[in-house]
Design a protein around this ligand. Structure first.
Ligand code: ZN
Ligand code: ZN
Ligand code: FE
Length: 755
């Protein structure tokens, strides 16, 4: 007989850890206890020595899927006589204590089994859940996390549910959203004008409507989806027309992984991500020759795919037995609808019907978007299923920091000790309602994690609403961090890199530089304390500033003129349909009217896309660059010539030769596929050459890649191969996106290391 005291730290609270320990201890017939305190979970167990070894192993190997163990320490202590049971002790309350809060989790296998078991009392109950699954973050209004502080408050548990909730041996022990047909939320079907449509079986009716090419707004975990038959070109086109979303790809929900495989290539890693507890939208390579209409994801090699994650999705998709478009319930770029009344109002002209329920969504939360790159997850949008789990920082400070993020794809980040709580994807702050959810989100996170930030960090861009928020904030200590430096710091913090100098390569759309120009193709030598701008893409003119972002032809004309291409060639050969536009843009450039200088690689991709006629004007962010990537053949090896130039201490990456090469190929009748491939290869080579110069200069061998252009898979893949062939150690993102969704983490990391 022996007794162990075991201390477990990490993400071990609010994730069903105590019932897990309870049941594990019971399975060995141990006596003792378990409780939570502010440092984690403490356990004392008493039993045979060999069983104790097995028990400790079991903690690591059988822990709840979403928990994360940082440390397990065990010591032998003296045995206690006359102890006769194993109990869950009440948590110790300590001042300023905080507990981690679980993200919303996809339905677990046990609940799924019950959901489709005709004998079970919850057969086809759309809100079945347990300690291991179901809503969390989106229903929590306040701490501590118990039912009274969630949107489940109005639902009083029936006796059957209550006895599950009270039984430590039950899977629903302390499952706050526990419910059933007798006591929990239910569904309602509404027509587009908001009147209830009485039906015996709402799911059957919804399936019938979807088969008739109707659009249904469906209330989910963190907001409303708009759903329609993904195999019906007519239904998908109708949805595009009503949503004012011409070409941006839609995500598709499939009933099963087997059906996904009919339409897409699926690697084992992708299958794991699709079927795990998070269930993000996963970008998968589309197969050729499937029945999926082109309108679902026009001109894309990839399709955003997800599997059902709520019981409601499972019942619906099983009955429909075919893929559904499931896109966020909004008009164009507005935030996703999540409140019933505003959804009914905003979506009434898009949806033919509504399937709603009476469990309120407290916090709006979009679907996450992710992909697998080189066998590992490479996130694109971090929201449902990930948030509000913290990232563990490589350093800590007594000062809590608020990083306000960027303007587009905004997230914010609050720190406490070595935890960074990055918010869910908030969206583009230009929209008033999005800005409001940014403000509300910050207050909510401060409350949930008992954080009072003492330092506020923002972007350098004076016009970002997140910057203005910081400037207006009552928090006295303020600092701003350059956008691309924040990108690099976010990737360093994401990978828990220590505070040592690295070569940071920020390939991005646009960000405000500390010289007042717009940066975005940067080579920085940086650590957490500061950076030196070693090199960048040679500045070119961005006519009309932000208007060039939605009109890539303006950037194209600027690049052509800079590269010495004659007006005659541009007017007659390249842009015969854009003669009027050419004259306006040329006039702007020669007279320096409304011109900003930029070193942005994203804009360079846009410009080349327009030069070869792929896209002159865009319908969604990054479209021209994305469509240029989609036509490239990654197996093609040719490239254009290029030059580097030293200007004072700064390494400039010159682009004239590249543009001339593109134009010559075009005039010689070379295909766009080849030109795009050669362009991609050239950008890889020119950056690799400049990074080599940075190594010669600094003796640093570690390269950190961040910024939105690293969402381009061909560029990412090829630059990694190239840099590895030159014996560089290459670091890419792991938990947060390389796009502006990661900016807030970089800002927070700067705060942590400097205050
Ligand atoms: Zn469950
Ligand atoms: Zn019940
Ligand atoms: Fe950026």
């Amino acid at each position: 007989m022996k007794r162990n005291r075991i201390r477990i730290t990490g993400i071990v609270q609010g994730v069903g850890f105590r019932p897990f320990i309870y049941n594990l201890a019971k399975s060995f017939a141990f006596t003792g206890w378990v409780f939570n305190d502010s440092r984690g979970v403490e356990v004392e167990v008493q039993g045979s020595g060999s069983d104790l070894v097995e028990f400790r192993k079991g903690i690591s190997t059988r822990k709840p899927a979403i928990s994360l163990i940082e440390t397990i320490d065990s010591i032998d202590i003296s045995i206690i006589k006359n102890e006769d049971s194993f109990i869950i002790k009440h948590s110790k309350k300590e001042p300023g204590e905080f507990v981690l809060i679980s993200p919303d989790l996809a339905i677990c296998d046990n609940c799924l089994e019950e959901l489709f078991n005709k004998e079970d009392r919850r057969y086809h109950y759309p809100f079945i859940n347990c300690t291991n699954c179901g809503p969390r973050f989106t229903i929590i209004k306040d701490i501590p996390y118990d039912r009274g502080n969630t949107t489940m408050l109005p639902f009083k548990m029936c006796n059957a549910c209550q006895s599950e909730y009270d039984d430590p041996g039950d899977r629903r022990f302390h499952a706050q959203p526990d419910a059933c047909f007798d006591c929990g939320p239910g569904l309602t079907l509404l027509s587009s004008n908001g009147t209830e449509t009485p039906t015996k079986n709402i799911i059957n009716k919804a399936v019938h409507l979807l088969r008739s090419e109707e659009i249904i707004a469906i209330k989910g975990l963190g907001g409303y989806h708009l759903a329609c038959d993904a195999l019906s070109d007519a239904a998908v086109s109708k949805l595009r027309g009503r949503k004012y979303r011409e070409e941006k790809p839609f995500a598709v929900m499939f009933p099963s992984i087997d059906q996904v495989k009919e339409f897409c290539e699926v690697t084992p890693e992708e299958a794991n991500l699709l079927t795990g507890t998070v269930r993000p939208i996963v970008l998968l390579k589309k197969k050729d020759g499937t029945k999926l209409p082109e309108t679902v994801a026009p001109k894309q090699k990839y399709l955003g795919v997800m599997l059902p994650y709520t019981p409601l999705h499972y019942i619906l998709l099983t009955e429909f037995n075919a893929p559904l478009v499931m896109t966020s319930g909004n008009i164009s770029d507005e935030p996703i609808s999540f409140l019933d009344n505003e959804a009914k109002h905003r979506l009434k002209d898009i949806a033919d019907y509504f399937v709603i329920h009476n469990r309120e969504i407290f916090m709006r939360c979009d679907d996450s978007v992710s992909r697998i790159f080189n066998g590992k997850e490479y996130p694109l949008r971090r929201a449902r299923g990930y948030v509000p789990f913290p990232i563990i920082l490589p350093g800590q400070s007594d000062v809590s920091v608020l990083g306000c993020g960027g303007m587009l794809k905004n997230t914010f980040c609050l720190t406490r000790n070595n935890y960074a709580f990055i918010s869910h994807h908030i969206g583009d702050l230009e929209n008033l309602e999005t800005y409001k959810s940014f403000e509300d989100g910050i207050e909510h996170f401060k409350k949930l994690f008992s954080i009072t930030p003492e330092l506020i960090v923002s972007d350098l861009h004076p016009e970002y609403l997140s910057t203005k928020y910081a400037l207006d904030s009552p928090i006295k200590n303020k600092v701003s961090v350059q956008h691309h430096y924040a990108h690099i710091l976010s990737c360093m913090a994401d990978n828990k890199l220590p505070n040592e100098k690295i070569i940071g390569v920020a390939c991005d759309g646009t960000g405000y530089g500390d010289d007042g120009n717009i940066w975005g193709g940067e080579i920085l030598i940086a650590d957490y304390n500061g950076f030196e701008r070693f090199g960048h893409i040679d500045y070119f003119d961005l006519p009309g500033g932000d208007s060039a972002i939605i009109n890539p032809y303006k950037t194209a004309i600027s690049l052509l003129l800079k590269s010495g291409i004659s007006d005659d060639v541009i007017l007659t050969k390249l842009f015969p349909d854009l003669n009027a536009e050419f004259k306006i843009v040329k006039n702007m450039i020669t007279k320096k009217l409304n011109i900003v200088k930029t070193s942005s690689l994203g804009r360079l991709f846009d410009g080349v896309s327009s030069i070869i006629g792929v896209k002159h004007k865009i319908n969604y962010e990054g479209q021209a660059a994305i469509e240029l990537e989609m036509i490239a053949d990654e197996n093609y090896n040719g490239q254009y010539s290029f030059d580097l130039k030293k200007d004072g201490g700064t390494q400039l990456l010159l682009i004239e030769q590249v543009i001339i090469g593109v134009v010559n190929d075009l005039l010689n009748g070379m295909s766009n596929e080849i030109i795009s491939s050669k362009f991609h290869n050239t950008i890889v080579e020119i950056f690799a050459k400049a990074i080599l110069e940075a190594r010669n200069y600094s003796n640093i061998n570690q390269v950190v890649l961040s910024g939105g252009v690293f969402q381009n898979m061909i560029f990412l893949k090829k630059i990694i191969i190239k840099l590895k062939s030159l014996n560089f150690n290459v670091i890419i993102h792991d938990n947060v996106p390389c796009n502006d969704g990661g900016i807030s983490l970089g800002q927070a990391a700067f705060g942590i290391f400097n205050f």
